[in-house]
Write a protein that binds this ligand. Structure first.
Ligand code: SAH
Length: 354
């Protein structure tokens, strides 16, 4: 039976007030066809976001420093089995210059992301992190380099890393196993997230929306996981097929579902950091702006050198592969202002670009 708009609006109000709904209610809200109710969800998420963060949008400079990877995640364009990927890794000096340039442009957080590249063992990573820490003591250093052992996470933390992004991808074990080769373990990934938190990192987890095999009940499991894990950040973006993977012909996740989840997560964890991701900007030319209007409060412009950008191809048609860093930040800043918000450096002064 189709329910009244008021019924769904009540769910939104209750979610905002109690930070909880039943499993069935979460599914009803995520899948309802009621346009007015979905608008109301967006509105409330935006109100909560503005109460906490005002109109500010935080910038994180993304440095994609290696596309070598020892894993073979079935959805990912840089999986080791993709013989067509043109591999690269940045040197320590390249990485440091990206940070220097980013600093000049006003960034105060650097996110080092890469495939799981054995070349970047603990010694090399510790050296890179300590050098960035020395050069930029007032900046946050975020790592997103996959699964490692607790000891290794501890060394990187001691060297000066503050934050770590490791998406859980899906909170359902069977679904995780469907998306990954058998050598990869759901339990290990979850263990990594716990270890990171115990060490004292600010931790970001997150999932792909609309990945192959994802069922409505998996979203509920993701939300329950977020409730219990209480991450500092949640990175979500639509799954987008990559032509050199076995999921090449699968359909992409939708803008609508990604936005609904952003809003639901904003109401569930009011002060969480929520990026409007590149993947969302890839399936919709104004996807990131829509994300901000649905409750997101972080954007991550690319600081990687121009000549490697198109090689870090996790999925097809990824945006911003042609721009230089300065252009990326100008473009992002303009997009954010256009919807009435302003980019801010999180650990320092305000900057404005005209
Ligand atoms: N090796 C690191 C970084 C992975 S890339 C790690 O394991 O954490 C960052 C994120 O890109 C992944 O966590 C995944 O959620 C996302 N991603 C990979 N392939 C994708 C695809 N085809 N579509 C959308 N997102 C994808």
């Amino acid at each position: 039976m189709i329910k009244e708009t008021e019924y769904y609006k009540d769910l939104v109000d209750r979610l905002e007030k109690t930070k909880d709904l039943s499993n069935e209610e979460f599914t009803e809200l995520l899948f309802c066809d009621d346009k007015e109710a979905v608008e109301y969800l967006t509105e409330r998420a935006r109100a909560v976001r503005e109460k906490i963060y005002g109109k500010e949008v935080y910038l994180r400079g993304l440095i994609e420093f290696t596309n070598y990877c020892k894993n073979n995640c079935k959805y990912c364009g840089i999986r080791c089995g993709n013989k067509n990927a043109d591999r690269y890794r940045l040197s320590k000096d390249d990485i440091l210059s990206c940070c220097d340039m980013g600093y000049e442009l006003g960034f105060r957080t650097f996110v080092l992301q890469g495939g799981e590249d054995p070349y970047f063992n603990d010694d090399r990573m510790v050296e890179i992190v300590s050098d960035i820490r020395k050069a930029h003591p007032d900046c946050a250093i975020t790592l997103s380099i996959g699964e490692r052992e607790k000891e290794s996470y501890q060394k990187l933390f001691d060297a000066g890393a503050n934050r770590y992004l490791l998406r859980h991808e899906t909170a359902n074990k069977a679904h995780y196993e469907y998306l990954h080769p058998k050598e990869m373990s759901f339990d290990h990934r979850m263990q990594c997230l716990k270890d990171l938190k115990e060490i004292g990192y600010q931790v970001g987890c997150g999932m792909m929306i609309g990945s192959p095999g994802q069922k409505p009940e998996h979203f509920v499991e993701d939300l329950r996981f977020l409730q219990s894990f209480k991450p500092e950040m949640v990175g979500i973006g639509p799954f987008i097929p990559h032509h050199d993977t076995e999921f090449a012909n699968c359909s992409a996740g939708t803008v609508d579902m990604t936005l609904r989840l952003l809003s639901v997560i904003r109401l569930l964890l009011p002060d969480v950091l929520l990026p409007a991701t590149t993947a969302l900007g890839t399936i919709d030319p104004i996807g990131r702006e829509k994300g901000i209007l649905a409750g997101a409060n972080v954007v991550m412009p690319n600081l990687s050198p121009g000549n490697v950008r198109e090689k870090y191809l996790l999925y097809d048609n990824k945006i911003c592969t042609g721009d230089e860093a300065a252009e990326c930040i100008r473009c992002m800043s303009a997009r954010v202002s256009k919807v009435g918000y302003a980019v801010i450096i999180s650990r320092g002064d305000h900057i404005s670009y005209r």
